[in-house]
Write a protein that binds this ligand. Structure first.
Ligand code: C5P
Length: 292
């Protein structure tokens, strides 16, 4: 049996360039892994066919049948390889769902990495990346991990230097946001209107210096406008995170999670305590990936 980590991600920047003919949006987004991770165990079951999945703790938002991205990724992998075999997965969920943290994508990528690592089963990096992209826009990043600039639909990745882990306070408010809804609302509000191009360089430079304050001051997310328009009460979360000691705060992905970047562990804990006192949602203190 092999066990693989499936880290959550946050988007430090997210710029929407427009709507592509595929129906997906062209993006530029700096993404980075967090310490917060699901755990996926996989076993080949020689006596059985088919793909079995157990999810713990059970959650109505996480199916354990063929709709789960772990099962879809495993099916796509076996199809790409032209093999049939029995597989049994056990998924321990820690990443909150429907939060913009890429939890489902992380689980799918973990399944692909686990299968690729089984002796004699590998399909090679290029095909693995193509299978990942067929499962979801964030799966290619989840396969590579670390920090990267994602472009296109999210599948074109350029690794970024990220020498120091940064302290992160994560908040999951009691509101779910559907990703397709969020993009549709963005279209209604902004598509075809003049917009300024975003500059990602101040953020990527700060990230490369390990400068938490520089990162925090240069974050942005184009999908925050439609979410705050529909749920204005969520604006209290970044405000309280900053008042509590974070150097900057915003939403990740299509929400509904918000996060703050803190200059120290102590500042992160203070900001977390403040958000908990105000009952704004579930709160975690975690860190971004770092090379050092
Ligand atoms: O690829 P994924 O299944 O994660 O995307 C979920 C939905 O998010 C898509 O069906 C689409 O509505 C929207 N999306 C988009 N442009 C992207 C990524 C996602 O419009 N680049």
């Amino acid at each position: 049996m092999s066990v693989v980590h499936a880290p959550a991600k946050i988007n430090l920047t997210l710029e929407i360039l427009g709507l592509a003919p595929t129906g997906f949006h062209d993006l530029r987004s700096v993404m980075i892994d967090l310490d917060l991770a699901d755990e996926l165990a996989v076993e080949v079951t020689p006596d059985a066919m088919g793909i079995a999945l157990r999810v713990a703790p059970s959650d109505p938002l996480v199916p354990s049948d063929g709709r789960n991205l772990v099962v879809r990724a495993a099916r796509a992998f076996l199809e790409a390889r032209g093999s049939a075999m029995g597989l049994s997965f056990a998924l321990r969920k820690r990443i909150p769902t429907e939060g913009g943290l890429g939890g489902g994508s992380a689980d799918a990528a973990a399944a692909l990495r686990a299968l690729e690592a089984i002796r004699g089963l590998g399909i090679g990096d290029e095909r693995l990346l193509a299978v990942a992209a067929s499962i979801g826009s964030d799966v290619p990043f989840a396969l590579r991990g670390g920090a990267a600039m994602a472009e296109g639909r999210g599948e074109r990745l350029t690794p970024l230097a990220h020498p120091r882990p940064l302290w992160v306070v994560l908040v999951r408010p009691p509101v779910s946001v559907s990703t397709p809804w969020c993009y549709r609302r963005w279209d209604e509000m902004f598509l075809g209107r003049p917009r300024e191009r975003r500059d990602h360089a101040p953020l990527t430079d700060a990230l490369a210096r390990g400068d938490a304050i520089g990162v925090a001051r240069n974050m942005f997310n184009d999908l925050m406008a439609p979410v705050l328009d529909a749920h204005p009460q969520l604006a209290a979360i970044p405000r309280e995170l900053v008042d509590g000691g974070c150097a900057g705060a915003q939403m990740t992905g299509s929400g509904s999670c918000f996060y703050g970047i803190a200059p120290s562990r102590q500042a992160a804990r203070q900001a977390a305590a403040r958000v908990r006192r105000r009952n704004l949602g579930r709160v975690w203190v975690t860190r971004t990936a770092g090379e050092g």
